[in-house]
Design a protein around this ligand. Structure first.
Ligand code: DGL
Length: 270
């Protein structure tokens, strides 16, 4: 049994870490498409094709269930994959819905009509492709009314993280938060809508100030996976071991992942 975890690069490791804490005995095969990162500046067609290729690679590892630990792929490709591409015996789950359920105080499977929720002003930080897709607002509108969302496309942050440049990433985070605050001076909550951004969570929280609740996806996704596997244990797949695969250069990717996650991670070529 093994579950696949996919991201365009190293950001999905934040989700993998949370899954490992929640389900320590579950083997996980991680695939970072570092050769093609960042996805956030690509067309939806491109993101769809790259994501399908990556998911197929994870099927080869015996992972019938793949978590798209990438908001950009979840926003730009997941719906089309589920509607037009996915065989009946495979599953692909995204990272958006667990986050929106938390924000709107809903349990999984609660399909009741949208209602008023506690937060009214939400800042969304995501890649340009995720912001352009408006998938966050679409999913939110199914569940909540009266929530004002201001979205900030955070150009350059994923690139800086993928290049291992923490200082540049922090500076970009500060400038994106300032840009957002000019349009929404007092957000109550901020959503880090890219799995790379938890690596910069401190910088986001500092720039936003202590009064803003920062929602980061990793633990929410891990909890929702645990719940899913309780309901669908047959989706555990035939894979047996954990490993880290990359389409990029394994040595470079291993050293960046080790730097950001502050534990040793060794990637092999996909
Ligand atoms: N970490 C990804 C996300 O959650 C992808 C970012 C990118 O490749 O641009 O959106």
């Amino acid at each position: 049994m093994a579950v696949g975890v996919f991201d365009s690069g190293i950001g999905g490791l934040t989700v993998l870490d949370a899954i490992t804490r929640r389900l320590p005995d579950l083997p996980l095969v991680y695939l970072g498409d570092n050769a093609h990162a960042p996805y956030g500046v690509r067309t939806h067609e491109d993101i769809f094709n790259l994501t399908c290729a990556a998911v197929e690679r994870l099927w080869d590892e015996g992972c019938d269930l793949v978590i798209l630990a990438c908001n950009t792929a979840s926003a730009a490709a997941l719906k089309r994959m589920q509607e037009t591409w996915l065989p009946a015996d495979k599953r692909v789950l995204g990272v958006f819905v667990p986050m929106i359920e938390a924000l709107t105080e809903r349990q999984w499977g609660d399909n009741s009509p949208p209602r008023e929720v506690a937060v009214k002003h939400v800042a969304l930080f995501a890649t340009p492709a995720t912001v352009a897709s408006r998938a966050f607002q679409r999913e939110l509108a199914f569940r909540a009314i009266g929530v004002d969302v201001e979205a900030q496309p955070c150009g350059g942050v994923v690139d800086a993280i993928e290049q291992g440049d923490e200082i540049l990433a922090e500076a970009l985070v500060r400038s994106h938060v300032e840009a957002l605050k000019r349009r929404m001076p007092h957000p109550e909550a901020a959503v880090l809508g890219c799995t790379h951004y938890p690596l910069m969570e401190g910088a986001f929280q500092e720039a936003l100030g202590p009064g803003v609740k920062v929602f980061s996806q990793a633990n929410l996704v891990a909890e929702s996976l645990a719940d899913y596997l309780r309901r669908r244990p047959e989706m555990l797949g035939s894979g047996t071991g954990s490993k880290f695969l990359t389409t990029g250069d394994p040595k470079t990717v291993s050293s960046k992942a080790t730097q950001f996650l502050r534990r040793r991670i060794v990637f092999e070529a996909a």
